[in-house]
Design a protein around this ligand. Structure first.
Ligand SMILES: Nc1nc2c(ncn2[C@@H]2O[C@H](COP(=O)(O)OP(=O)(O)OP(=O)(O)O)[C@@H](O)[C@H]2O)c(=O)[nH]1
Ligand SMILES: [Mg+2]
Length: 287
């Protein structure tokens, strides 16, 4: 399977952007890498994608168009998470027409957390955004987070609950309730003071991304609180910014099954911290 193996990437963390384009990673992206080596873009936009056949093209078109209109030097990395539909092939074809778009592939379905880490550690931009494939927070909102980082934040996280009136289409009530319960449990277990850790719209300075993603261990939905926990541990400046958000149909998180699992992941972060697991990177150093 071409491009599937993910030689996990503490290596990518310590490599310069130029070297991440070198032959050691050529297999990973050989179908989508532009032939000429480009300078580091200003922005990398990472999109985790699992079975996104029906919405990924519209999302990519919107991002590419917006990025062009605003003169962004940007790369877009779609991380296919072992989709069982045609997501990867659709993105591959799109990337042939749009060289700023690249396809990365996970070794099977590993979860949103794994996908985001994969993209972030492969990104070459100076400022890195990850966004859900459904663009529930529209790409226009990225400017707010980019500005916060330009103003000195290490991480800017989109928040649906700082100004809830910005939610133009809310989640179903049971999802909202589950989300608020999760937030409470997150505060109790990790003592993180954020109104919303789960919005799939977050921006990292390159140096920050390099510093913390290599410590990430949670690979499914509960990875965001772990990143924020690490950010606090490393004394990074995190700002929570209200963003517009519209619930998109086709959401696939299962409120009970995934909710329980995410609570377990909060406990895992706590447990990892107690056992000192965050003292060293999770990924093997391949340097
Ligand atoms: N369902 C699912 N999504 C994944 C997985 N891996 C990556 N993703 C991506 O994670 C992102 C979030 O998934 P969504 O389907 O938007 O989640 P949701 O149920 O809408 O959750 P909210 O957006 O919080 O309402 C999307 O870009 C997915 O393609 C996976 O294993 N399962
Ligand atoms: Mg969604």
């Amino acid at each position: 399977m071409e491009g599937l193996q993910f030689p996990f990437p503490a290596a990518a963390v310590i490599l310069t952007p130029e070297r991440t384009c070198s032959s050691s990673n050529a297999a990973l992206t050989k179908t989508t890498r532009p032939k000429t080596r480009l300078p580091s873009p200003d922005y990398s936009i990472v999109i985790p994608a699992y079975n996104e056949r029906d919405r990924i093209i519209a999302t990519l078109e919107r991002i590419v168009a917006y990025s062009g209109q605003h003169g962004w030097e940007a790369e877009v990395l779609v991380v296919d998470d072992g989709s069982r539909d045609e997501t990867a092939e659709i993105v591959r074809q799109f990337s042939m027409r749009n060289p700023t778009v690249r396809l990365l592939r996970n070794p099977g379905n590993r979860g949103k957390g794994y996908s985001v880490r994969h993209g972030m550690l492969r990104a070459t931009g100076n400022i890195l955004l990850f966004t859900d494939a459904d663009l529930a927070s529209p790409i226009e909102e990225a400017e707010k987070l980019f500005s916060a980082v330009a103003a000195g934040a290490d991480i800017a996280i989109g928040s649906r609950w700082m100004k809830s009136e910005l939610q133009t289409h809310r989640q179903p009530l049971h999802r909202q309730v589950m989300g608020r319960i999760f937030n409470l449990l997150m505060r109790l277990t990790l003592r993180l003071n954020f109104k919303d850790t789960q919005c799939g719209f977050k921006v990292f300075k390159r140096s920050t991304s390099q510093a913390i993603f290599q410590f990430q261990r949670i690979e499914r939905w509960g990875f965001d609180p772990e990143l924020l926990y690490l950010a606090r541990k490393f004394k990074l400046k995190v700002v929570e910014i209200p963003v517009a958000w519209a619930h998109q149909e086709g959401a696939r998180i299962h409120p009970v099954r995934d909710g329980l699992r995410m609570f377990g992941e909060l406990l895992t972060v706590r447990w990892n911290a107690i056992r000192g697991k965050y003292a060293k990177p999770a990924a093997p150093d391949l340097a």
